[in-house]
Design a protein around this ligand. Structure first.
Ligand SMILES: Cc1cc2nc3c(=O)[nH]c(=O)nc-3n(C[C@H](O)[C@H](O)[C@H](O)COP(=O)(O)OP(=O)(O)OC[C@H]3O[C@@H](n4cnc5c(N)ncnc54)[C@H](O)[C@@H]3O)c2cc1C
Ligand code: FES
Ligand code: FES
Length: 482
């Protein structure tokens, strides 16, 4: 790829072409919107939790077609917006789009977008601070045909209450849509162009080939990889962390594929969770369940599997699931490609077996069960302080294969939040092999599970609580599948 750094970064906001010069590519889209006078998009938490900053970008749907995606603008670095089309709550009225964003004629009621009108009619707004975010989540769902509770699960309202907002979603649920925004989608391209931009002495690369990523990592050993930026974005926005060189994986073709055979599935490291959710639904029930409870729609539209593993967080939700499924990682680096069981990837608190210059390319999961299996029992559980949009106190995922006479042939128990890394309860797994899947086995195993980990106490939960969850979640699994 060319190493010539562009001095301009361009995209559209509400169909107005915007070229920015000498802006940090790590500035968040929300900061840019507000700095440039587009203050209709609000900042609530600044860390992806409240949805006030939600905008829609045109992106690829799981089936490859262009669609409007609700995303948290407080988490997206400006570099990731290059070449994209962004719509905000003040750009979706049916009136003429103003040439200068902050010089506007007042919008009349008949010019409101149907989702805006629905919010007005149902009284879905009081202080109005959350409203642009709700409107944009509903807007994206409107064109996907899915305005419902789940489409606004990532939006918090602290004063109106949710019933009027739910009514607004219901009002627009069955609309027949043919308007300027549906037409914009027909003409839209979802191909991300390569980028090599510098602004404010910070560099942002967006290569399209894996070989280019590896080459860039050789040239810039201190560079940081960024995929959906739902973890790094938080560092940028909330912790003001500086990233002098970012290499985006979003446009890398090899990292964007889901490949399936009769025997296994290979998921590209940069595939967003919402694509995994849609394209692999029903294949691994424990993965479906965990993704369902993973953050909220805006985050799942951006977050990737590679990013969830790459953070090496002890409370990442998908590593326990992948550990229970015996997943293997494909890594690529200067020495070529290698595979590594996920169980050997996490080497310590926030430490991994990734060598300098290496990238996670994909995650491979076998569909096979142990020879002689009559039934595979598999589920995952997440305990957090609230249902959606929260990180785990403890997450767990279990796989148990039993034969026709109910003997356990294979067991994998993956946990998060109970050790410095996501980890398996190996002694408990060994204990289960050859035992019958019965309440007596469950009881006999409890002391082993009780001793499996020595969790820490933190703000989210005490060590004792976590230790109890290790046992209780497996017991819950047993009760559900016995
Ligand atoms: C509001 C909110 C809610 C959240 N809820 C949850 C939750 O419920 N469960 C949960 O587990 N997490 C949650 N997270 C954390 C985050 O969304 C996930 O960890 C997500 O999977 C990160 O993926 P990403 O693509 O956004 O990673 P990024 O932020 O782009 O990157 C994260 C890290 O991984 C590295 N990385 C990314 N891709 C690769 C690769 N291919 N190879 C090597 N390294 C790589 C990056 O360098 C970086 O260090 C939440 C975050 C927010 C802001
Ligand atoms: S400001 Fe709360 S999610 Fe962005
Ligand atoms: S209307 Fe005030 S927070 Fe929702």
């Amino acid at each position: 790829m060319t190493q010539q750094l562009d001095i301009q970064l361009s995209f559209t906001i509400n169909r107005e072409l915007v070229c920015v010069e000498d802006f940090s590519p790590a500035l968040t889209l929300l900061e840019y919107l507000r700095l440039s006078g587009r203050a209709g998009t609000k900042e609530g938490c600044g860390d992806g939790d409240c949805g006030a900053c939600t905008v829609a970008i045109i992106g690829k749907r799981a089936d490859g077609q262009p669609h409007y995606q609700a995303v948290n603008s407080c988490l997206i670095p400006l570099g990731a917006i290059a070449g994209r089309q962004v719509l905000t709550a003040d750009g979706i009225t049916q009136c003429q789009i103003p040439k200068v964003a902050f010089v506007k004629e007042p919008v009349t009621a008949d010019q409101l977008h149907p989702v805006q009108s629905a919010m007005v009619e149902t009284g879905g707004s009081q202080c109005g601070y959350c409203t642009p975010g709700f409107v944009m989540s509903l807007f994206a769902a409107y064109y996907d045909g899915t305005p419902n509770d789940l489409s606004v699960e990532g939006n918090l309202c602290r004063c109106t209450g949710y019933i009027p907002i739910r009514r607004a979603a219901q009002m627009v649920a069955d609309a027949t849509i043919q308007d300027q925004f549906s037409e914009q989608l027909v003409a839209a391209s979802t191909t991300l162009v390569p980028l090599a931009y510098t602004g404010h002495d910070e560099q942002f690369y967006r290569p399209t080939q894996l070989s280019e990523v590896l080459e860039l990592l050789q040239q810039h050993p201190d560079a940081t990889l960024v995929a959906g930026a739902t973890d790094l974005g938080l560092e940028m926005s909330w912790h003001r962390q500086q990233y002098p060189i970012l290499i985006s994986l979003e446009a890398v073709e090899e990292l964007q594929q889901i490949h399936q055979t009769e025997d296994f599935v290979e998921i590209g490291a940069a595939v967003p969770l919402s694509h995994i959710e849609a394209n692999l639904h029903g294949l691994f029930p424990s993965m479906d369940e965990m993704i369902h409870w993973f953050a909220a729609r805006q985050v799942r539209n951006r977050a990737t599997l590679g990013g969830n593993i790459g953070t090496a967080s002890p409370i990442g939700d998908l590593p326990p699931v992948l550990l229970s499924l015996d997943a293997t990682l494909k890594l690529a680096g200067p020495g070529g490609e290698r595979t590594l069981p996920l169980a050997n990837f996490f080497t310590g608190y926030r430490q991994t077996a990734l060598q300098p210059g290496e990238v996670i390319v994909s995650v491979q999961i076998s569909k096979a069960t142990a020879p002689g299996t009559a039934r595979r029992l598999s589920q995952s559980y997440k305990i957090g302080k609230r249902g959606t949009d929260d990180i785990s106190i403890v997450a767990a995922a279990f796989v148990v294969d039993v034969d026709g006479s109910n003997q356990i042939l294979h067991a994998r128990l993956g946990y998060g939040g109970v050790a410095a890394t996501p980890a398996r309860a190996i002694a408990a797994e060994s204990f289960l092999i050859g035992k019958p899947w019965t309440a007596a086995t469950m009881q006999a195993m409890k002391p082993i599970l009780q001793e499996a980990f020595t969790p820490l106490t933190d703000l989210r939960g005490s060590a004792e609580y976590r230790q109890r969850l290790v046992v209780n979640l497996f017991e819950k699994f047993f009760v559900e599948f016995s």
